[in-house]
Design a protein around this ligand. Sequence first.
Ligand code: ZN
Length: 214
Amino acid sequence: MLVIVAHNDDHIIGAGATLAKYAKEGKKIRTIIFSYGELSHPHIKPEVIKERRYKESIESDKILGGSGVAYLGLREGKFLEQYKKRGIKEKLAYLIKKEKPSKIFTLGPSDVHPDHNAVWKAIDELIREKRIACDVYAFEVWTAVKVKKRDVPKLVVDVSDIYHIKGKALKAHKSQAEHLVPFLPLLQFKMWLHALIDGWANSCTYAEVFYKLK
Ligand SMILES: [Zn+2]
């Protein structure tokens, strides 16, 4: 499995329990992250926050049972601009080819966060250029409304017995928790409510739902 995201907590929010479940089943999960997220704390030196967020992502990857994290080092807010200029596109295509994943999990086209959307655009371009051979599934982190995609096949993962790991992995991102203090309970509630609603619709306690985009 290959996970491709903008920031080091995106996949925890969007697919954390599913990744923990796959890892428990013995599947290898590698994660590629576009940015260190150095702008999340403008009052702290970028090198300091980079180091902190890097360590936190290693810790949360361990909690999920992942097999490692790689960063592309793009600057937040400048993804599309830097992506082609700095040869990152070729690096990403190379990593996908090298890892030979059976599935890719990434950010979806209706995510409203500009950096999240830029990740989707990058993946979409590689799909259109036929440089991605495997199935691609999307999850959403920041969508204003739940977009109905009736024509797109879905992947529903019953995560009832492993949902608690998701919260644990999210807690490892302490610097984000500080940053998001006013929103954190809301984010955790939203995450829980989504899993509960998706579970209810699919006859289990908690579920995570993905949209098949390739
Ligand atoms: Zn993000």
